[in-house]
Design a protein around this ligand. Structure first.
Ligand code: GCB
Length: 674
């Protein structure tokens, strides 16, 4: 089975590392240089509509407390060989309770945090008797990181690789209706040179003998487990499998158009006549029907909307995030209603040039953040309380965008961004890509295919980020990124492509395949540490150089400084709140110089909140570049950033200041008669 191959690869990798130390670094380098990358097709995702109830569908959550076993690190395939999935996990050994959704790493008090390799989950559930008739049943996982193998009642159902993305499989034929069933999941967190993201597994001597060690270059903790909700849902025998929506607006933004295209799954009711059709109805926020129509024979069609309420970003319009509801009804040729699916739709247009990015014909300036899905205890597990708090903070601070650094975020948060008018730069899970090889390319492309398949209908998604800090000076980086960008463009022509690049502009080979250049740089932190007088000019010079090299719009996608909340040092000194505030102010100055040039279109602070990383002597409990603490409370810099973001919104989008933006200090001779 595939797992064994992976483990062999891992062994091979370990062997290769040993060899590497005997021979020389150059040998392997030349070996990888010699590789020619071939453009192979990627597997096409199917289905995966977000599970929603309707008059034809039922949804059941399998979230809760599951049983959990960690494998012996030295024997990761034991459970597969001994077929632990064929009976309750508790019969194969002691289990512990494990919450789903959550990362498993920080739940216990022992060394589970640093476990490398496979872990097992199982739980029981009932399938109602009513589901046995004229239904199909699907088992869907929002995300299991990094690789998942799933069995139902001992039968293999689905395998999925690459975390942070959903997968599903039909289980109709495997369930016992009106009886108890068991779902078993094996999850493998190992990252190697051909996973996305990449990592290394090495065997190192410890006090007891040898142990397996996972390492990676990226700067966030490799949390693992069943990270997002698990659902069972039913569909009719013939059902709506996919809905793709694109929208247009007239030049004056008064007329709107919703183009939809539907795929069904299943045989038509009457085999002799399988001419199914779709009725599409569009409702506004108040539930009023504003457009309806019938599809063509290919199940595609368009709806015209008069006096449209376009989807606008937060603070660009008094009513941001306006969403309509699209109701899609699949009918048999005899008009019988087969299936109903509803989704939210925002009508907006995107356009971009070599200097601007526009939404609904108006130029956008991004005021945003790089973020992480990260929190105390639950790690990367979906947490609605945290998500709502984060959006409240984003709005409080006046941000209009964030990048899903460095992997796809939960579907629930994408829906929330739609509702609140927060623009998303949607990033795939490729971080620090290096040693470009054919297998990596295939998985990288697949991660983008899956991401676009999942997120293509979200109005909040305004850009695809195809990588974070890839090693773009390396040999093969140009052909690799050309292929990745080509695939992305072929899957979605309606959104521009970017990547967050840290390679110096002089050496970069990927920028020419992008529509928008994003660069990450830590002036006064990683370079010229502490030198606040070496920020503004350097930021301006670098942005100008990127623009000159590629003649494309430029965003600063990361800047910042680690800051320990409560540490105050005047004059500003690294790690203090004063220093972070001052670093920001020096960047703001640069951004204002750059904005005047006409092609600088956004600033993203690194990071929204403090987050956990692998253990390192440069990290005190994790990365502390947050404007908010990990508990989501503001540092001093948050108050400064808030003033800037609202000032930009007022200058550029004519929005007003919140009443509490400026604290009263003194009359200053202005307000006497106010
Ligand atoms: C970066 C990375 C980000 C890190 C950040 C840092 O360039 O993109 O993942 O967390 O720097 O703080 O070092």
């Amino acid at each position: 089975m595939h797992l064994k191959i992976r483990l062999k690869c891992r062994k091979y990798e370990i062997w290769a590392i040993w060899l590497f130390s005997f021979v020389s670094g150059l040998f392997l380098l030349h070996f990888s240089i010699a590789l020619i990358l071939i453009n192979k097709e990627v597997p096409q995702s199917r289905g995966m509509l977000y599970p929603r109830e309707s008059e034809t569908r039922e949804v059941r959550s399998l979230d809760g407390i599951w049983n959990f076993v960690r494998s012996d690190q030295a024997n990761p395939t034991q459970g597969v060989r001994e077929e632990w999935y064929s009976k309750d996990l508790s019969k194969s050994g002691p289990t512990i309770p494990m919450p789903v959704p959550a990362s498993y790493n920080d739940i216990t008090t022992d060394n589970l945090r640093d476990h490398v390799g496979t872990v097992w989950y199982d739980r029981k559930f009932f399938a109602p008797r009513s589901w046995a008739v004229d239904q199909r049943v699907w088992l869907r996982f929002g995300s299991v990181h990094y690789e998942a193998y799933v069995w139902v009642n001992g039968q293999k159902v689905v395998k999925h690789e690459i975390g942070h993305l959903p997968f599903e499989a039909e289980v109709t034929h495997l369930l016992k209706y009106g009886a108890e069933n068991r779902v078993t999941v094996m999850c493998d967190n190992a990252l190697i040179q051909t996973t996305v993201p990449q990592g290394r597994i090495t065997e190192l001597p410890n006090d007891e003998g040898m142990t397996i060690v996972q390492s990676y270059t990226f700067d966030f903790f490799n949390y693992a487990g069943i990270h997002r909700s698990v659902h069972l849902y039913t569909t009719p025998k013939t059902f709506i499998e996919e809905v793709v929506v694109t929208t247009n607006l007239s030049k004056d933004n008064v007329g709107g158009e919703v183009l939809y295209s539907v795929k069904f799954n299943g045989s038509a009711i009457n085999e002799a006549d399988n001419a199914l059709y779709v009725r599409a109805q569009l409702y506004d926020r108040e539930g009023k029907l504003v457009a309806n129509g019938t599809s063509d024979a290919q199940l595609s069609g368009s709806l015209q909307v008069d006096n449209v309420n376009p989807w606008w970003p937060y603070l660009m319009h008094p009513e941001p995030g306006y969403l309509y509801q699209l109701e899609v009804k699949l009918h048999a040729s005899n008009d019988e209603l087969l299936d109903v699916y509803r989704l939210k739709v925002g009508l907006r247009t995107l356009s971009w040039s070599n200097a601007t990015f526009q939404i609904n014909g108006r130029p956008v300036y991004f005021r945003g953040f790089g973020r992480h899905e990260d929190a105390d205890v639950r790690g990367k597990g979906l947490d609605n309380a945290l998500m709502v708090r984060d959006f409240n903070l984003l709005k409080w601070i006046g941000a209009n965008a964030y990048r899903t650094s460095h992997y796809p975020y939960s579907e629930e948060s994408m829906q929330f961004a739609d509702e609140h008018g927060i623009m998303i730069v949607d990033e795939c899970p490729s971080v620090d890509a290096e040693n470009y090889n054919q297998e990596l390319l295939g998985k990288h492309k697949s991660s983008l295919e899956q991401l676009i398949h999942r997120d293509r209908n979200h109005p909040s998604v305004v850009m695809w980020s195809i990588a974070n800090e890839p090693r773009t000076r390396e040999m093969n980086a140009d052909s690799y990124f050309q292929l990745v960008a080509n695939l992305t463009r072929s899957l979605d022509k309606t959104r521009p492509i970017t990547a967050a690049i840290a390679t110096p502009w002089t050496d970069d080979k990927a920028g020419r395949f992008l529509d928008i250049i994003s660069f990450n740089r830590y002036n006064a932190w990683y370079s010229n540490t502490g030198r606040l007088d070496m920020v503004t000019k350097k930021v301006v010079e670098e942005a100008v150089a990127w623009n000159k090299k590629y003649n494309k719009p430029v965003i600063m996608a990361e800047y910042g400084a680690d800051t320990l909340e409560g540490l105050h040092l005047q004059p500003a000194y690294v790690w203090s709140e004063e220093f972070q505030t001052e670093v920001f102010a020096r960047h703001f100055k640069a951004f204002d110089i750059l904005r005047k040039k006409g092609w600088f279109i956004g600033e993203f602070v690194w990071n929204f909140a403090d987050f956990k990383t692998a253990q390192s002597y440069t990290r005190v409990g994790g990365n502390k570049k947050g404007v908010f603490t990990r508990a989501r409370q503001p540092k001093a810099s948050a108050h400064l950033l808030r003033k800037r973001y609202f000032a930009l919104a007022r200058e550029l989008d004519d929005s007003s200041f919140p009443e509490d933006l400026f604290t009263y200090i003194a009359d200053m001779g202005k307000t006497e008669n106010a």
